[in-house]
Design a protein around this ligand. Structure first.
Ligand SMILES: [Zn+2]
Ligand SMILES: [Zn+2]
Length: 214
């Protein structure tokens, strides 16, 4: 599997274009905005975009999802249904962040813990990781040892939990019980900022790492 991180919006949100090299099938994870730029990236790569995957319902992660789904005539998978209220509130989110109005939309399919999403010959396991938002999910590709963790975990930090239905304790449990067991060597792409590995965060992250017991 190959991937390219394309930061979008004023929030520099990491949209990821990933594709299976054998089938050329591709997916966007969290296309947060700038649909034209993302359409261009697909054309430049010459990949066959077949689906859109969403980690959670925040505007900066889903802003271009509906436009891309319509443009390419492809389905949207995720997040978990607990994030329904965030997707319903997209017009209000756009106003709150002073961004171009984004209409509400529904995914083709909500995802649950344990679901598997296929992109060509690559498989992504779905992990429900609430705390930042109640319906936040993470996509994990075991063969590539790569996780797309949205706003759950960052290099040296963790997601905010001060939004409606956010829960810091739940976020800590998601990281410790769902992400850390994936293995130290697993690389992850966070929703913002540079990549890191599970092992590096397990050891050094000041919010959840083992050097800083709570
Ligand atoms: Zn978020
Ligand atoms: Zn974000």
């Amino acid at each position: 599997m190959k991937y390219q991180i394309i930061p979008v919006t004023a929030f520099q949100q990491n949209c990821t274009l990933l594709w299976c090299e054998t089938s050329n099938e591709a997916a966007f994870v969290d296309p947060g905005g700038e649909a034209q730029k993302l359409i261009q990236a697909v054309a430049e790569r010459g990949v066959n975009l077949t689906k859109i995957l969403l980690t959670h319902g925040h505007l900066d992660h889903v802003g271009a999802a509906d436009a891309l789904a319509k443009h390419f005539d492809i389905p949207i998978y995720g997040p978990h249904k607990e994030d329904l209220f965030w997707l319903e509130g997209l017009p209000a989110q756009s106003k709150m962040f002073g961004m171009e109005e984004c209409s509400s939309f529904m995914p083709t399919e909500w995802l649950n813990d344990g679901d598997v999403v296929k992109v060509g010959n690559e498989f992504f396991q779905v992990l429900h990781c609430p705390g930042h938002t109640p319906g936040h999910i993470v996509f994990f590709c075991k063969s590539a040892e790569l996780a797309l963790v949205g706003d759950v975990l960052f290099k040296g930090s963790v997601g905010r939990s001060d939004f409606p239905k956010g829960d810091h304790q739940q976020l800590m449990e998601s990281i410790k019980n769902k992400l850390f067991p994936l293995g130290d060597e697993v690389k992850f792409i966070p929703g913002h900022g540079p990549m890191s590995t599970i092992g590096y965060e397990r050891q050094t992250n000041p919010f959840v790492g083992e050097q800083y017991p709570d």
